[in-house]
Design a protein around this ligand. Structure first.
Ligand code: AMP
Ligand code: GLY
Length: 455
């Protein structure tokens, strides 16, 4: 099979790294890729938003499968254009991608299909939104830009003045862009513990992947602004079998069912952001792609060949696949970012020590914002790389990841030192919230049969 991965982040390096190991992979390309994908695939000078370029290359090269990494080309309908041209594609078309591209649309779908979520109001005018906020008796309230905002569109506000300035920033000043600020939603604040679930689906069969926990905030102890993700670990001891079954029954299967009933043919991965609350799991958001850096952890633990699953999903044949095997060991992924992230940061600094880092047992370094430069590698983005480790216990996995991370150098490098550090506290909190007994040592058994949205 000839495969093309679209995107240039850590997620795409992780996907390329895994796909390149498949005996079915005859040739692998990445558009445009980064300094890491260059080692396992052929990078193309085609941007991730260039549908015509991608399509032209696929025809010329006889590509059998395209895997679209980021949300922007999905929302722009790249998968529709590829399928129309007869090219198999992992990733939903524009209709499915709206579940990530429009928060108000997602809320309508959730409500229509009675999938648990926070209560909300939608506003198209800032004045009405501010009148509503000024009359609100319950705080905090959550203000969200409707459109894609690169993870910067959510404001948790403690009081009316703060919420009204968020409304002005989004709707009046259009600080998140013209389209993202055309409307907003104001949502009930949910108290609880966050988690995410990934479900691969071809619209019918569902394959729930092993849980991964991300650390979204930039600062240690979950402080500071939200980022794309500063580190991950998997499995998630806080999400025992009972909790995961509840998520599957109450959220995952109803979500895929809802998408199907909306008339959307969804072939890809549904990434569900959840809040585990006292009244059960509630959907915070849908994403229509793999997470970054969650994928860097998933590919380390996915022990079989991922490519047949991606191809089966793209071709509507997931039902016939056996559940995959997972490595039972723990993986930890520490993201190294450049000073200033998630704001503006410098680029072009030389990165040293990558080979030394990968000399640490069971460590793989996935590149994100990097680019080949002369005979080496230079920084090219805020999140520069993700150092992933594996070990039979969490502590050793953490030690290995940080030991390897410390062997890498570039100017202005920083990371969070507490990735995977809150496992016990989280386990206790989830058990309290979800009313289940502590489930020591219990992990999700993904060898159980797939869910069937029609049953
Ligand atoms: P979203 O992009 O909708 O997932 O929101 C980004 C982050 O904001 C989430 O990961 C949560 O930490 C937080 N958040 C979003 N909506 C809510 C809510 N209704 N209640 C509490 N926290 C929220
Ligand atoms: N790590 C969160 C995301 O990919 O959206």
């Amino acid at each position: 099979m000839k495969v093309l991965v679209v995107g240039s982040g850590g997620r795409e390096h992780a996907l390329c790294w895994k796909i390149a190991q498949s005996p079915d992979c005859e040739a692998l390309f990445c558009a445009p890729g980064n300094g890491g994908t260059a080692n396992v695939a052929t990078n193309l000078d085609i941007s991730a938003m260039d549908t015509a370029g991608v399509l032209g290359f696929c025809k010329e090269e006889g590509i059998n499968l395209v895997v679209i990494g980021p949300e922007d080309p999905l929302c722009a309908g790249m998968a529709d254009d590829l399928r129309k041209a007869g090219i198999s594609c992992f990733g939903p078309g524009a209709a499915g991608a709206r579940l990530e591209g429009s928060k108000s649309y997602t809320k309508e779908v959730l409500e229509r299909h009675r999938i648990p979520t926070a209560t909300y109001r939608r506003f198209d005018r800032s004045g009405e939104a501010k009148d509503y906020l000024n009359a609100c008796m319950v705080w905090p309230q959550v203000v969200k830009a409707d459109g894609l905002a690169g993870g910067k569109g959510v404001f948790i506000c403690q009081a009316p003045a703060e919420a009204c300035s968020a409304v002005d920033a989004v709707m009046e000043e259009r600080r998140l862009g013209e389209a993202a600020g055309a409307s907003i939603i104001i949502e009930e604040f949910l108290e609880g513990e966050e988690c995410s679930v990934f479900a691969i689906t071809d619209g019918e069969a569902i394959l729930i992947l092993e849980p991964v926990v991300d650390h979204k905030q930039v600062g240690e102890g979950d402080t500071g602004p939200n980022t794309g993700g500063m580190g991950v670990y998997s499995p998630a001891p806080s999400l025992g079998q009972r909790v995961l079954r509840q998520i599957e029954q109450r959220v995952v299967i109803p979500s895929v069912h809802a998408i199907c009933r909306e008339g959307i043919e969804f072939r890809g991965v549904l990434f569900i952001g959840l809040m585990l609350t006292e009244s059960g799991p509630k959907v915070l958001e849908y994403n229509v792609r793999f997470g970054d850096p969650e994928t860097q952890a998933l590919v380390r633990r996915f022990s079989g060949d991922l490519l047949p699953y991606l191809a089966a999903t793209a071709n509507g044949k997931l039902e016939g696949m056996d559940p995959p095997e997972w490595d039972k060991r723990f993986t930890v992924g520490v993201v190294g970012a450049s000073e200033g992230y998630p704001g503006e940061c410098g680029k072009g600094g030389r990165i040293e020590g990558l080979a030394e880092a990968e000399a640490v047992e069971d460590v793989v370094v996935f590149h994100a914002g990097t680019t080949p430069s002369g005979d080496g590698i230079a920084t090219a983005g805020g999140r520069v790389l993700c150092v992933s480790s594996m070990a039979s216990d969490m502590e050793t996995a953490r030690e290995r990841a940080y030991e390897a991370y410390d062997r890498i150098q570039w100017a202005g490098k920083f990371c969070r030192r507490d990735i995977g550090g809150r496992v016990e506290a989280r386990r206790t909190r989830v058990a309290e919230l979800m009313g289940s007994k502590l489930e020591h040592g219990e992990v999700f058994d993904s060898s159980l049969p797939f869910g069937d949205p029609h049953s």
